[in-house]
Design a protein around this ligand. Structure first.
Ligand code: NDP
Length: 310
């Protein structure tokens, strides 16, 4: 049978999720091939430039859109609100309007930071957002802009993203573990560290299920289970130590108040993902299993292990 190529336009080529999507197309995940996708990074289109984004959409004439790009510098966003809003709220609106006009599926990623974290149970999709920082506010506005269209769009809220490649908590801990003998790690923010690879798989499992005549939908999609940043750091150091890397002799749990940052973070980031399982049959793996798999990928690679230890 001849494979009719699709033209799935993916924004965020060099980001954590964008890169994992790129790898999945190259690994023929779900029968997809590299010819089915066009990946654009910042060099391909600056998402803060609406005209450039519209031109990119018209030039590529995609059959589907995946937006894995975002302004993700949570602390810096406090002093760059206009840029953050342009990338996280205005660009998704333009994408959604294009998807609406052309009746093509659109998948967009959002965040647990739309919530204020005061709920004591996991957040569901029907809980009211109340962001406590500019990044969260910009992502919430992006969601709202998409939801007001009639595009066949799926918004996926995820949390605490890390990957084998990229700048993230895993790599920061592995580096600091070499440099410091004692560390204090925040223990009162609870969430689900989520592997970008699992998010990318989830996206490609959902995409073919989106019906062209459906309206916009919103789901939570993060790893199962939850822990604190301290728990996550402990797991990282356990895996590093097992493979002979230096780790701190003392890791202490601390409160968020002892680690002030420009942007406030929600204390409870837990999200209930049962709706996604029910409607799309997609459930991401347990956070600890996936984190261990990511650490094995990083640390079983002799070159990357050497780079960390050097
Ligand atoms: P990354 O920060 O790894 O990647 C984001 C990408 O967006 C980068 O490649 C960046 O380009 C690109 N980008 C930023 N600004 C622009 C711009 N003006 N024009 C074009 N491209 C731009 O993000 P993740 O993969 O971690 O996140 C994927 C999604 O998940 C995002 O929607 C994010 O909001 C969401 N999310 C992320 C979480 C996290 O912990 N990281 C938590 C919860 C949700 P460049 O490489 O050139 O900088």
């Amino acid at each position: 049978m001849i494979h009719a190529p699709q033209k799935i336009l993916v924004f965020g080529k060099n980001g954590q999720v964008g890169y994992e999507l790129f790898c999945l197309f190259h690994d023929n995940y779900n029968g997809l091939t590299p010819e089915d996708a066009v990946f654009l990074g910042r060099d391909g289109v600056d998402l803060s430039d609406t005209d450039a984004l519209l031109k990119a959409l018209e030039d590529h004439a995609p059959t589907a859109i995946i937006n894995a790009a975002a302004y993700t510098a949570v602390d810096k966003a406090e002093s760059e609100e206009a840029l953050c809003m342009a990338v996280n709220a205005m660009a998704p609106e333009v994408m959604a309007e294009y998807a609406q006009d052309h009746k093509i599926p659109f998948i967009h990623i959002s965040t647990d930071y739309v919530f204020d974290g005061t709920k004591t149970a996991p957040y569901t999709e029907s809980d009211a957002p109340c962001p406590v920082n500019i990044y969260g506010k910009s992502k919430y506005e992006g969601e709202q802009a998409i939801l007001k269209t009639t595009a066949p769009a799926v918004i996926l809220r995820t949390s605490w993203v890390y990957a084998a490649k990229g700048q993230n908590f895993v790599h920061t801990m592995l580096r600091l573990g070499q440099e410091r003998d004692t560390m204090g790690i925040v223990n009162d923010q609870i969430g689900a560290p989520t592997n970008a690879k699992d998010i990318a798989r989830g996206i490609l499992d959902i995409l073919p299920q989106i019906k062209p005549d459906s309206g916009p939908e919103l789901y939570h999609m993060c790893a199962q289970g939850a822990g604190s940043w301290y728990d996550f750091a402990q797991l990282i150091f356990e895996e590093a130590k097992e493979r002979g890397l230096t780790t701190p002799s003392s890791v202490t749990p601390i409160a968020s108040s002892a680690y002030p940052t420009p942007a406030q973070r929600p204390l409870n980031s837990r999200m209930d993902c049962s709706a996604l399982t029910k409607f799309y049959g997609v459930t991401l793996p347990d956070w600890q299993d996936s984190a261990r798999a990511c650490l094995a990928e990083i640390l079983n690679n002799t070159d990357s292990k050497k780079a960390i230890a050097s």
